[in-house]
Design a protein around this ligand. Structure first.
Ligand SMILES: [Zn+2]
Length: 377
């Protein structure tokens, strides 16, 4: 007997399927499943179901003086089953962060900041002595199932006078830790974007890929910069990392119109941009992409299997037998809604996504919208 069967769940290709979970894993997916379960819910095609949403770039170390939040406030409460903290902590605090997150329902992973202090100040890479390869390697050895990659913030306010040097060190540390993915934040120069992009290799991730700063991925003529095009051709991934200051509708629109889609849509959320905007939630960020040229299946791919592949979460991201029993239930609503980017540009979106419930390793959680929903979940 299965633990849970969801009947007539609507996939993003509009097909209706039955999904069975057993012992925290996906046990069966079929047009119509025979058999019984301890619990059954008939969705009757009224909402969508995807693999659990994965937010590839968040900040949820509650003790961070600048970018703090609670994992469940940005996770299951908004339909997100897995979050990856992007460098809030370095080697000095990551064990504490790991211990805290064991109490969360949301599944939390971390990219370790190459600066041992993490983001305690805004300029953690301005002092090269903070970049300690031994400390990073030690942390990865202690927490191999928690640390899924490295983070380096390569913009002028973070690196100070050090230019490209922190990235050169990050790439050397990456070699020491078995080639884990390196997420590189881009923003104001120096260093120039080309200097950064030229050093990245397959599997590295550029976050804040659609930022509206002068050092953006597009030329003034609106073409993708050659260094970025070459990096993508080498296998470098593009992550949104919306954040308070790093997402421009204009850049996204122009890039997507040229077929330059993000690999992952992430929020860069923490308490302040969650409560005050412009981020609010991963669903809110995903909804914006429905208004700048992406389809629903494309958007969902960016928070499911593409996010899992980018961070090597090999048991997540797909609604297939044997994968983790993580699901997100959501609706797509046609009522117009105002969206604002990090540059203050406003647009009225025709559609938006509303998360209704999350299933984490087989356990069921309703969001506030799910509790208020007209049909009984
Ligand atoms: Zn961030």
């Amino acid at each position: 007997m299965f633990d849970l069967i969801l009947r007539r769940a609507r996939l993003t290709n509009e097909r209706l399927v039955d999904i069975a979970l057993q012992e925290g894993k996906i046990a069966a997916v079929a047009d119509s499943l025979p058999g019984e379960a301890k619990r059954e819910r008939d969705l009757a095609g009224r909402c969508y179901v995807s693999a659990g949403w994965i937010d590839s770039h968040v900040h949820c170390y509650p003790k961070s003086p600048i970018y703090h939040d609670e994992a469940d406030a940005i996770g299951v409460a908004t339909g997100v089953t897995t979050v990856i903290d992007a460098g809030s902590t370095g080697a000095d605090h990551i064990d504490d962060f790991y211990a805290i997150t064991r109490a969360a329902t949301t599944q939390v992973y971390a990219l370790i900041n190459i600066a041992r202090t993490g983001i305690v100040t805004q300029n953690e890479l301005a002092d090269m002595r903070q970049i300690d390869g031994d400390a990073v390697a030690g942390a990865v050895a202690r927490l191999p199932d928690f640390i899924v990659g490295l983070k380096a913030r390569m913009s002028s306010s973070v690196v100070g006078e050090n230019g490209i040097q922190p990235l050169i060190k990050a790439k050397a540390i990456q070699q020491r830790v078995g080639g884990l993915p390196l997420m590189v934040h881009i923003g104001n120069n120096p260093p120039d974007l080309a200097e950064i992009a030229d050093r990245l290799t397959a599997g590295d991730i550029i976050t804040h890929c659609f930022n509206g700063k002068p050092n953006r991925v597009l030329t003034p003529q609106g073409e993708l910069k050659a260094s970025v095009r070459n990096a993508i051709a080498r296998g470098v991934k593009m992550d949104v990392g919306h954040g308070s200051a790093s997402f421009s509708f204009e850049v996204a629109r122009v890039a997507i119109a040229q077929g330059i889609l993000p690999d992952t849509i992430s929020s860069d959320i923490y308490c302040r941009n969650r409560l005050n905007g412009p981020v609010h939630s991963l669903a809110h960020v995903m909804s914006k992409f429905l208004s700048v040229g992406m389809t629903l299946p494309q958007v969902i791919d960016c928070v499911t299997w593409k996010a899992a592949e980018g961070l090597r979460l090999t048991r997540k991201g797909r609604l297939e037998v044997g994968y983790d029993g993580d699901l997100t239930l959501f609706s797509l609503t046609d009522t117009p809604r105002l969206f604002v980017d990090s540059e203050g540009e406003q647009l009225t979106g025709e559609k938006h996504l509303t998360p209704l419930a999350a299933v984490v390793a087989g356990e069921w959680f309703l969001t506030e919208e799910g509790k208020a929903n007209v049909f009984d979940l």
